[in-house]
Design a protein around this ligand. Structure first.
Ligand code: GLC
Length: 421
């Protein structure tokens, strides 16, 4: 009885101190994010959460410049059942792996009776990506897709229309490069280094031909002719010097930097690029960019890759209930809108695309929803790390000129065949 009274008194005191804004927070939550996912914006958002929840302190840990680097680090941390991380931002390709490894705390019981209503509000691709084996593994933070960013000013100056096909993009950038006569101006870049983004460098042209990597039963259906056409596309771009000679070293954020420095005419890149290009102090190309769907082999036959980042509560967190509350907030329409305005992160809720403030910051979002809705998903597999490694290292070796298209394809067929069987 005595003890209980004392505890109640202490709890009351702690709450009073916290409420007056003093240092005594009751719970500290640690959230992990990657450097490319705008940790500065995450900080602003969690600061608001802390103001509204005086008993909670949120720390933001940043690591890994690319998706696979982040996961490599997390593999080590989570394999040792580390309790220091409560919430982790994971790429849209990872929930299956996280579920299989039991790194994520399933959220179903926390969402309770509201679960279906909560999940129904998200764009279907994000609802589906986060439910594995009937369990909610994470909640969406932002959506993503690849678009063509191009120098609208240069296309207009040289009388070239916005490209709808790969041929138009190749010929247009070649013409602009020749006319500008600037040795530092590159034509087009897509990810070519052995990183996650290079999976999409293979998949986008492959999907545009109607190709699927697997059938409904999960068996490999890698089509040799469509794969060959994909390799040929990039070989042709390289031969035309539209892709730079060092394409096999190019990573996502490098393309953004090159573009922003005025050294690149067009790039296949993700949503975040717009905000950086239009707002960074060092941007040389403010107001000069058009964003359109990726060109296809035929006009109107576009395809792009589903990207995006999810919030998982780790299975080892000591503050799971508080962590879920934070995740619910970070995965809300309010935060989706803030992210769209502050970082051009594509919304996971359809209604946010038509919000006036969002459109003011990102006029191209008015046409972005159908692109996101029809984007294709990279294959879902608990062995996605291997799947990714097989595709990106073969694509990279081909771009580096160290492997022929036939050898790359044969390796992909045999190794992917061992996973999707
Ligand atoms: C972006 C996408 C993510 C993708 C990554 C590859 O961050 O949102 O899904 O895997 O780029 O570079």
């Amino acid at each position: 009885m005595m003890k209980k009274t004392l505890l109640t008194a202490l709890m009351g005191a702690a709450m009073t101190v916290a409420a007056t804004g003093d240092l005594l927070a009751q719970t500290t939550l640690r959230i992990f994010t990657g450097g490319q996912q705008r940790p500065d914006v995450m900080r602003q958002i969690v600061d608001v959460y802390m103001q509204r929840n005086p008993g909670v302190k949120v720390e933001v840990e940043v690591g890994g410049a690319t998706s696979e680097q982040q996961q490599q680090y997390l593999n080590t941390v989570l394999a040792s059942r580390d309790t220091s991380l409560d919430v982790v931002l994971i790429d849209v390709i990872r929930p299956a792996q996280w579920a299989a490894a039991q790194w994520a705390e399933p959220l179903d019981s926390y969402l309770g009776a509201e679960k279906d209503a909560i999940m129904a509000r998200y764009l279907p691709a994000y609802r589906e990506a986060n439910i594995v084996g009937g369990k909610v593994i994470a909640l969406p933070y932002f959506a993503d897709a690849q678009f063509l960013y191009y120098r609208k000013d240069l296309f207009e100056k040289h009388g070239v229309a916005a490209p709808k096909t790969w041929t138009e993009l190749r010929d247009g950038t070649k013409k602009i490069m020749a006319a500008e006569g600037n040795a530092n101006l590159s034509g087009f870049q897509t990810a070519g280094a052995p990183i996650e983004g290079t999976v999409c460098t293979f998949m986008v042209p492959y999907w545009q031909q109607g190709g699927n990597l697997t059938d409904a039963a999960g068996k490999l259906t890698l089509d040799p002719a469509m794969s060959k056409k994909t390799f040929d596309l990039w070989a042709d771009y390289k031969a035309a010097s539209v892709l730079p000679a060092n394409i096999a070293e190019i990573v996502t954020d490098r393309m953004r930097q090159n573009y922003q420095a005025g050294q690149l005419i067009a790039t296949m890149n993700w949503g975040y690029v717009w905000n950086r290009v239009e707002n960074d102090a060092d941007s040389q190309v403010k107001g000069k960019t058009g964003v359109v769907p990726m060109p296809g082999f035929e006009a109107g036959k576009s395809a792009t890759c589903v990207g995006g980042w999810q919030l998982a509560v780790t299975a080892f967190s000591k503050n799971k209930a508080e962590a879920v509350k934070l995740v619910r907030y970070l995965s809300s329409p309010e935060v989706s809108k803030q992210q769209a305005i502050l970082a051009s992160h594509l919304p996971v809720f359809p209604e946010v695309y038509t919000d006036a403030d969002v459109l003011k910051a990102n006029p191209w979002f008015k046409d972005a929803l159908p692109v996101v809705q029809t984007a294709r998903s990279r294959p879902v597999s608990p062995r996605y790390t291997e799947v990714s490694e097989i595709i990106r290292t073969n694509m990279n070796a081909f771009l580096a000129g160290t492997k022929t298209a036939d050898a790359a394809l044969a390796d992909m067929q045999s190794r992917l065949g061992g996973i999707f069987k």
